[in-house]
Design a protein around this ligand. Structure first.
Ligand SMILES: [Zn+2]
Length: 549
């Protein structure tokens, strides 16, 4: 009996090494320490709660542990924390058929057929990325062509630019589109040669006729999306993410995963507006759940739009659109109202602000309200892309955190020059100035808007240049940050931005053993090497959640 029990215990311990203490040695370990300085180590001991028990320096004698993992000399870093992403968006993106690699209609149809076959349980087949120009088709594809590969379910596929969609007959039937349907203003229902039969392609505003018919994902699909998102993120070395715009349906999926033990990503949730905040949190933020895997921290709200579509709210008109300054999406009174409601419940506000007027307004509203709410609030501004230099010092007041996405800088730089002109870029993506003024930076990706890859983020943060090395010497390079600051932005500072310091984000005794093993040292190797880092293993809470093949 006793033997049997021991054998069973041993078997379960082998399956789950975090049940016992583990020594991971022979690593080139790097973390940010409690003083914000870099600390190096050569081995790490994990206790049976999956927390760091001890760091060992080279030459120090290792304690006896139940298990030992040879790090094979690889670089160990704290698990990356993405301070701004969209977990469900990443998951659903990964579950959607991607046609951007197809070179002909035939190739696309074959990919659609195979995808439908492999995803029998999906009530709708959804996809994106087709481009009839790239296919050399000379016309739009048709519903009949889609029907020839999927006729048992609706199919709807967005064009590569998102400005058109391609439906099969069942999808049009589900949407109630017939010969009698009329193109809405700002959009067009494409027709066949007879000039009245809808051909299956819907342009711009007409897309809405189709997209409104797509059923909301069921819980089982949300669970699948979360599992997919975790896979995608762990493979890139990410162990935690601030989820910006959590809905009650997202939250329930996170809870289901937590309850059944499949939640491996640490999620700091920011509710999608005041109603969702109350639905999810009731009177205040949730406690940390599932061993620090999930917490409702606060609320995400939008103050303006994006620069590309000229939705960012500017103090002066757009250089390339002189009658337009963009618009506030939340009027001043409503903004203050929501911030006060959030602060009363101790919810942490995260305000999306891109343009100079939006950032000024966010800063003004926060400083007005901060007078009446003392304590550690960590007001967050998300993106902080274009700030009037006169307003930059305010980013260091009231404990405000600038939550910024390095890769946005290289994606946007030429567009930002066109939108603003060369003379209004002094406060653009001003990471270094914000730090020099005493502000705090948390880094993220805004995935799935950009790839979640934190190593691309690190490379941009230290160079202000893109993957091609452009522009030579970097774009406004004085705003780059040091390697140490970049690493902190994606680890310890991203944890602080989410009230998670002391729980995860650093490899220090008492914190969760979340780490990655990689082939590049981000404090020493070239920006190009950093960008091309291979994540070999990802561990969360002392358990391996990803291993490269
Ligand atoms: Zn976002």
């Amino acid at each position: 009996m006793k033997l049997k029990l021991a054998a069973a215990l041993l078997a379960s311990a082998v399956a789950m090494p975090a049940q016992a203490d583990v020594l991971v040695d022979n690593v080139s370990g790097i973390t940010i320490d409690e003083n914000g300085e870099v600390k190096r180590f050569s081995a790490l001991v994990i206790d049976d709660d999956g927390k760091v028990a001890r760091l060992l320096e080279r030459g120090e004698e290792a304690p006896r542990t139940d298990y030992r993992e040879d790090g094979e000399g690889r670089v160990m870093l704290p698990g990356f924390i993405d301070a701004h992403g969209h977990v469900s968006g990443i998951g659903f993106g990964a579950l959607t058929l991607d046609l951007s690699g197809t070179n002909s209609l035939e190739e696309a149809l074959e990919a659609i057929r195979v995808f439908a076959e492999e995803n029998e349980a999906r009530p709708w087949i959804l996809g994106r990325g087709w481009n009839q120009e790239k296919w050399g088709l000379g016309r739009f594809p048709t519903a009949a062509e889609l029907d020839s590969v999927v006729s048992d379910r609706p199919v709807y596929l967005a064009r590569v630019d998102g400005h058109a969609g391609w439906a099969n007959s069942l999808a049009m039937k589900a949407a109630g589109v017939t010969e009698k349907s009329v193109s809405p203003s700002g959009g067009r229902i494409e027709t066949l040669a007879d000039g009245k039969t809808p051909s299956g392609v819907f342009v711009d505003a007409a897309e809405e006729l189709m997209t409104k018919a797509i059923p909301a994902p069921r819980p089982v699909e949300r669970d699948l999306a979360l599992a997919e998102a975790q896979k995608v993120l762990h493979a890139q070395g990410i162990t935690a993410m601030a989820d910006m715009g959590t809905t009650i349906e997202d939250w329930q999926a996170f809870r289901r995963a937590g309850d059944n033990g499949s939640l491996t990503l640490r999620i700091m949730a920011y509710a999608a507006g005041p109603e969702q905040m109350v639905l999810i949190g009731g009177s205040g933020p949730s406690p940390w759940l599932y061993d620090d895997k999930l917490r409702l921290n606060g609320i995400k709200l939008y103050l303006d739009g994006a620069l590309g579509s000229r939705g960012a709210w500017l103090k002066e008109p757009y250089a390339d659109d002189p009658h337009n300054t963009g618009l506030p999406l939340t009027p001043p009174a409503a903004l203050r109202n929501i911030l006060v409601r959030a602060a009363q419940g101790n919810f942490q506000p995260a305000v999306h602000a891109i343009g100079t007027a939006a950032n000024a307004e966010a800063l003004n509203a926060i400083s007005e309200i901060a007078e009446s709410f003392d304590g550690d609030r960590r007001w967050r501004i998300e993106h902080v892309q274009i700030v009037d230099p006169a307003d930059l010092p305010k980013l260091a007041e009231h404990g405000i955190i600038s939550s910024m996405q390095p890769v946005h800088q290289t994606s946007d730089m030429f567009m930002a020059e066109a939108r603003l002109g060369p003379d209004r870029l002094d406060g653009a993506y001003a990471w270094n100035t914000i730090l020099q003024l005493g502000g705090r930076l948390a880094f993220g990706s805004d995935a799935p808007v950009e790839s979640a890859n934190p190593f691309a983020g690190l490379a941009v943060a230290i160079t202000r240049a893109n993957a091609e090395g452009e522009p030579f010497g970097g774009w406004r390079p004085s705003e780059s940050v040091s390697r140490e600051q970049a690493l902190a932005g994606f680890t310890s500072e991203a944890a602080f931005a989410g009230f998670a310091e002391g729980r995860f984000g650093r490899l220090l005794p008492g914190e969760r053993a979340d780490f990655v093993l990689v082939d590049v040292d981000p404090l020493v190797d070239t920006p190009d090497q950093i960008r091309n880092t291979t994540v070999l293993e990802t561990w969360v809470g002392g358990r391996k959640v990803y291993e490269a093949d």
